[in-house]
Design a protein around this ligand. Structure first.
Ligand code: AMP
Ligand code: MG
Length: 401
């Protein structure tokens, strides 16, 4: 059985990086992966401008109790005149700084009457001015290739005047759930059945990564149904994820079916809990990851082993989640022969050593623990840890970004 870290790095390298790119409108690029680094062409802001509603002055013209005539009212978007000596120009937030002015006095510190102002508080030279290029400098790299585009990056691109951006083609992921006992949500259920919760759960996890569940299928536990589903998914998708049917029961037919189809088994079973029965295979030159059926196992395996592979195939610059440290708060002693990943809540995220509270039920079928947790804590194999011990954890927000 493979150890967790080896499995994680093997999976992270199990698929190709993307080669196809496409130009998409900025309005449709959210969640897409930037294919080429973007270098700024404009200084941002493009010129010195006012950070306040106020008055532009030459600082040297200020005298306590003195007054300055208003030369011009210059709204945001207007062209300012050059500031004449001994005068002021009325500005608003975003108005371009007049040539000759070096300071903005906020309007709250000014009395205006008869087209002149008196300043009620000595201004600091250079205050309330936003300087050209203080945010972004032209000719510097603004966003690295392989970045997943979120609202902040989209704002940067738009602020450069870009209406389109070059991203990698969307990774197409096929999803196959298996099991005779599963009913689809919205359909009637016999007393022996449970609802298929993995399918919508995994579709949501895939979407969080900015990828697409391109095709979602369900197969009953027969080689024929599973083969047929694989044929469709391998034809249409770049990566296939299966759930369930990959253990050692009579009805665990996913592995034998892949082998039957001429696929190669790259790894099977990882020394981790939950999630031991996980497999990596290739068929038609495409990676297939087989996840265990228990919802918690499927979630944990997705977050720690599948998400890095997806990020690799999306062309991301960072694929593995970072390890953090916290202090365990528990009444039990934890640890076993396998690497264990606890569903936990991390309290006091800003602290150097946050507190880690495990969910009270660590069973691999306890879906509640998934809705509750914000992190996965890692208990090393062949170790024993207890209350107050330092433990490493992965934030789910980062694992699934
Ligand atoms: P399996 O690996 O197929 O034996 O599945 C292990 C456990 O996970 C069984 O209790 C299954 O009923 C359950 N399971 C498998 N697939 C799903 C699914 N898509 N949604 C919810 N539970 C599932
Ligand atoms: Mg099954």
């Amino acid at each position: 059985m493979l150890d967790f870290d080896t499995a994680q790095s093997r999976l992270a390298a199990a698929g190709p990086a993307p080669t196809t790119t496409q130009e998409v409108p900025l309005t449709e690029c959210h969640g897409r992966i930037l294919a080429q680094s973007v270098t700024a062409t404009l200084d941002l802001p493009p010129s010195d401008n006012s950070a306040m509603d106020g008055y532009a002055i030459r600082h040297a013209d200020y005298q306590a109790g003195g007054s300055l005539p208003i030369q011009q009212r210059c709204y945001a978007g207007d062209t300012p005149e050059a500031l004449e000596p001994g005068k002021t120009i009325r500005l608003y937030t975003g108005s371009v700084m007049p040539e000759g002015a070096d300071t903005v006095v906020m309007q709250e510190n000014v009395t205006e009457a008869n087209e002149q102002i008196t300043i009620n508080q000595a201004p600091t030279k250079g205050s309330h001015v936003r300087y050209q290029g203080e945010d972004v400098r032209a000719n510097t790299e603004m966003i690295a290739a392989g970045t997943k585009l979120d609202a902040g990056e989209i704002a940067l691109l738009a602020s450069q005047g870009m209406a389109t951006v070059t991203v990698f083609a969307s990774l197409k992921i096929g999803l196959l759930t298996t099991g005779d006992e599963l009913a689809q949500p919205g359909q009637p259920r016999t007393p022996e059945q449970i609802y298929n919760s993995n399918s919508p759960m995994l579709a949501a996890l895939i979407a969080r990564l900015g990828a697409k569940p391109h095709r979602v299928l369900h197969a009953v536990d027969t080689p024929e149904a599973i083969t047929k589903a694989f044929q469709t998914l391998l034809d249409e998708c770049d990566l296939v994820l299966t759930v369930g049917g990959v253990s050692v029961g009579d009805k665990d037919l996913v592995k034998p079916t892949i082998e039957q189809m001429g696929g190669t088994m790259d790894l099977w079973r990882v020394r981790m809990k939950p999630g031991r029965p996980v497999a990596l295979a290739h068929a038609q030159n495409k990676p297939i990851v087989c996840l265990p059926g228990n919802p918690v196992s499927a979630y944990v395996v997705f977050a720690l082993l599948v998400a890095p592979l997806i990020r690799t195939m999306q062309g991301r610059h960072t694929v593995l989640p970072s390890t953090r440290y916290g202090r365990l708060a528990t009444t039990r002693t934890l640890g076993g022969s396998r690497e264990e990943f606890l569903r936990v809540r991390v309290h006091g995220q800003s602290d150097a050593m946050p507190t880690i509270e495990p969910h009270t039920d660590q069973g691999s079928a306890i879906i509640n623990s998934l809705a509750w947790a914000n992190a996965l804590a890692r208990v090393p194999a062949d170790s024993s840890i207890a209350d107050g011990d330092t433990i490493t954890f992965y934030e789910l927000a980062e694992c699934l970004a």
